[in-house]
Design a binder for this molecule. Sequence first.
Ligand code: ZN
Length: 491
Amino acid sequence: MNPHLLTRMQELRDLSGLVGLASWDQETYLPRKAEALRASQLATIQGLYHERLVDPRVGDWLDAARPEGRDEVAMVRVFRHERERALKVPGALVKALAEAQSKGLSAWREARAHRDYARFEPALRALLALRREQADAWGHGGERYDALLEGFEPGMRVARLSPVLTALRQKLTPLVQAIEARAPPRRLFEGKTFDPEAQWAFTLELLDAMGFDSEAGRQDRSTHPFTGGTGPTDVRLTTRLFPELPLSSVFSTIHEGGHGLYEQGFDAAHARTPLAQAPSMGLHESQSRLWENIVGRSRGFWQHFYPRYQRRFSAQLDGVPLDDFLREVNRVERSFIRVEADEVTYNLHIVLRYELELRLLRGALDPKDLSDAWNEQTKALLGLTVSHPGEGVLQDIHWAWGEFGYFPTYALGNLYSASLWRALRAALPDVDDAVAAGDLAPVRGWLRAHVHRHGFLDDAETVVRNATGAGLTDEDFISYLQVKYAALYGI
Ligand code: ZN
């Protein structure tokens, strides 16, 4: 490979690593008065990144690149794709979008504070117009949403996604109804508080058991948990601690730990190249969801960890049997807020958002009607009546900065996680026993071999197909839910 090209790829990974570091710091330790300074610093690094990516010499190097072997071919393909997308969007549009995003964010914050969608609508309308323009600049075959989806889930298309999500909706609805017909679990934590320091110590115990390498990363606290960092040997996780909601830190840590293991598991040979990244947000989410829900909410997992958790919180949990705790951890109920939804109802929240943003992009829904459409869909999908836009259309930050096309990646992550788990169990028939003994190494090892170390060698669905024998399907996810909740709720 052309040495100039390789050097440039490495420089760009370094710059994006520094963006990761500065953004992590912004969400954790940055002094309040440094916010404006940090915003300029980030804009400067991102500007440098763009400049060095679209540099015409890079085009010449790519044309002359003669990549050899699977890794180099994939590296050039991924890099060329990123550069072509960057080249297609005119500078004026990039600038207009950045401005519209910052206006969108502040209008959204104000609208939320006043529970008044009308205050957000003009900003959303502007963002939507710019995103439609951007989709046209990127190019598509008549479906603008495809061009946006490509930025988060390369290779995925509406024509492929819509039938999957429609079927998912049809299959989940009766399952939710069957569960809700049973008696709900009793509330175990009402009126109790859980010391944040003891919660923190337990989250570190969990990360250690998962095999998160604390010499190649760390955990800190932030308002909204996330995974970031500068590269596979420097992965930054965050969690949050609420005295009255003890499970929040547990499952945030397991979720972000799943993302973190993925980042730490990229092949060392791919370091500082475009291959040291996940091929899609959906596949990244499959890793967090697999750990959080399939492993972390399983009976085996808590057979091992519940006695340890009880010892840390004996005053709160003494006399609470494992079965009751498991039912609390797997409580299913229709609710307004996506980020608090359980694994059964969660995808209904995604279907709702996907259908609305698809209509927005197609011009079939005007932003002025969005809040009402949201409320109608909440009634239709979840049977709930929204009382104010804070628990409706204004709840998520994504549209505040015009991020359309991201939501479906959460559902894809859920579907992929169940398919990967099916294949993992077939390959490791004793895995349930290992998990129940607190040995999570087989789970991590299988994921490392079949998902993590491949990085961006292939697109997400190919990685999943190679690992499981099947591409995108809801079959594994639905049967996982049916088996699990039949046992938990006696359906
Ligand atoms: Zn996640």
